[in-house]
Design a protein around this ligand. Structure first.
Ligand code: HEM
Length: 482
């Protein structure tokens, strides 16, 4: 490589990077030391706002490949052709802790995948647990406020063992199912390579004939699911707070391919009201004996980022980033998510965040959304509007085949809870499906947290757990010596 010499940001040679410019050798420093001022002013602005949730994360590059064409169900181009490899970028994360927090604290883990497809970017922004705490996005800010540091003390910053968390949970009965996942050892995965991923929300697949079907996504790790127990996880917080980040990076650096299989569950839209639960309720799973998992393809992660800030910190995933063949369901949590992510990213990264290399689509972006802070596009010519006859009328609207489905909706305008809430049934089923050891760990993990909590809150939690499964409620009551 040709020898490079230091320059300022204007490209001017820097001949001394050790000493400020001073009067005499002992100072003071001169205001005209523009080299110093430029360097310090840039440093002063090096941090961008951390993500409002999922602030700590690790990323990797790789590819996705379908096993067989999904053409009968979706026209999404990256799902048509088994020979095609679609590049992906993945970011795994914790949710509650801030940017410098420990990896092995009990928490859901984010599992966000960006597919760089020929029809633009598709983001599948999931978690490692199949359900969520709430079912309406309007509760998300309350939920996150209750989980993050207290407004008066900022304690705790990355843990659930506090009154505010359990206060919110106990008053949100639909969270009981999520608690049976989060407080099992799935809340402390052993490795990002050994966890499942779930889209959680229900999406819609639409084929070229316009036929639509509901779809739920599942990622299965090739290495199987492995978790830490509470004691191992707690110890690692002290001895290796970046344990999961390091594990992923080291495995890829050693040349090991990190692999997951994508599976989907499909449901006819005509069957949605026939279920004993609401299929668009993200606090529910779809029973796998009725809606079997269909293998779709594999994702292989095989390349570490070169620069954490550019690729991982500035990555912007968004459930609203869909491609033709994939659409939203009416799931009220998903509907809210479609607004929230790009909105926060415009604040966190700036309005031109999709021009950053990690977020850029591999296909050309053609539209008239221009200018704004940090615009790097070099546009030429007089046309920045559409329709236009100047400049040959280009870019013009894309062909019909990319159009979303047309469908009819009717109903009264209201603010109302869904009627099939079934807040406890699946929580109980989940508890009873666990092995004896996993049941004991779930109970023990809940008790270890609840013992620090005020009595009335504890009692409300126990009421909910008892409604899910009396044995679970009793075991927690006994453990707390209530
Ligand atoms: C109404 C519910 C939700 C809202 C409003 C919401 C909002 C947000 C916001 C604002 C961010 C930060 C984005 C950024 O700064 O780049 C975020 C990150 C994230 N959310 Fe959600 N979220 C919700 C539910 C969920 C659910 C159900 C899942 C999983 C299925 C999920 C998975 C993620 C992941 C994985 C990230 C991190 C993406 C990354 O690695 O950059 N969120 N969420």
């Amino acid at each position: 490589m040709k020898d490079k010499h230091l320059t300022t940001n204007q490209g001017v040679p820097v001949t001394d990077n050790q000493n400020s410019q001073t009067i005499g050798e002992r100072g003071p420093v001169l205001l005209q030391d523009v080299q110093f001022i430029e360097k310090m002013a840039h440093f002063d602005r090096e941090r961008i706002p951390e993500r409002v949730v999922h602030a700590k994360g690790a990323g990797a590059h790789g590819y996705f490949q379908v096993y067989k064409s999904m053409k009968p169900y979706t026209k999404a181009k990256f799902l048509q052709e088994p020979k095609k490899k679609t590049p992906v970028f993945v970011r795994f994360s914790t949710v509650v802790g801030g940017r410098g927090s420990a990896d092995t604290v009990r928490d859901p883990r984010g599992f966000a995948v960006k597919f760089y497809t020929e029809d633009g970017n598709y983001d599948l922004v999931g978690n490692n647990l199949p359900v969520f705490f709430i079912r309406d996005a309007i509760k998300f800010p309350d939920m996150v406020h209750a989980f993050k540091g207290a407004p008066d003390t900022n304690i705790p910053s990355a843990s659930s063992a506090h009154n505010r968390f359990w206060d919110f949970i106990s008053l949100t009965p639909e969270s009981t199912h999520m608690i049976t996942w989060l407080f099992s050892d799935r809340g402390t995965p052993k490795s990002y390579r050994m966890q499942e991923g779930f889209g959680v929300n229900t999406y819609v697949w639409v084929n070229a004939e316009g036929n639509a079907v509901y779809v739920k996504y599942h990622w299965k790790p090739k290495l199987g699911v492995q978790n830490l127990d509470r004691h191992e996880a707690t110890q690692l917080v002290g001895t290796d707070p970046d344990y999961l980040t390091r594990d992923l990076r080291d495995a890829i650096a050693r040349g090991e391919e990190v692999e997951y299989e994508l599976n989907v569950q499909l449901m006819d839209i005509a069957d949605e009201l026939k279920q004993d639960f609401d299929p668009l309720d993200p606090t529910k799973t779809w029973p796998e004996d009725k809606f079997s998992l269909m293998p779709v393809g594999k994702m292989v992660l095989n390349r570490n980022p070169d620069n954490f800030f550019a690729e991982v910190e500035q990555a912007a995933f968004c459930p609203a980033s869909i491609v033709p063949g994939i659409e939203f369901s009416a799931d009220k949590l998903l509907q809210g998510r479609t607004f929230s992510y790009a909105d926060t990213q415009r604040h966190r990264l700036g309005p031109n965040y999709l021009e950053l290399p990690i977020n850029r689509s591999l296909v050309d972006v053609n539209n008239n959304q221009r200018d704004g802070p940090m615009q790097i596009g070099q546009f030429s010519g007089p046309v920045n509007y559409e329709p236009a006859s100047l400049a040959g009328g280009s870019p013009s609207e894309a062909p019909e085949e990319s159009k979303p489905r047309v469908y009819r909706l009717e109903g009264e305008v209201t603010r109302r809870k869904i009627s099939k809430t079934n807040d406890f049934a699946q929580a109980g089923e989940r508890y009873r499906s666990l092995s004896k050891m996993d049941q004991e760990h779930l109970i023990d993990n809940i008790i270890a947290d609840l013992m620090h909590i005020d009595k009335p809150i504890k009692q409300r939690v126990i009421e909910n757990l008892t409604k899910a499964d009396p044995e679970l409620g009793q075991a927690v009551t006994a453990g707390l010596k209530l």
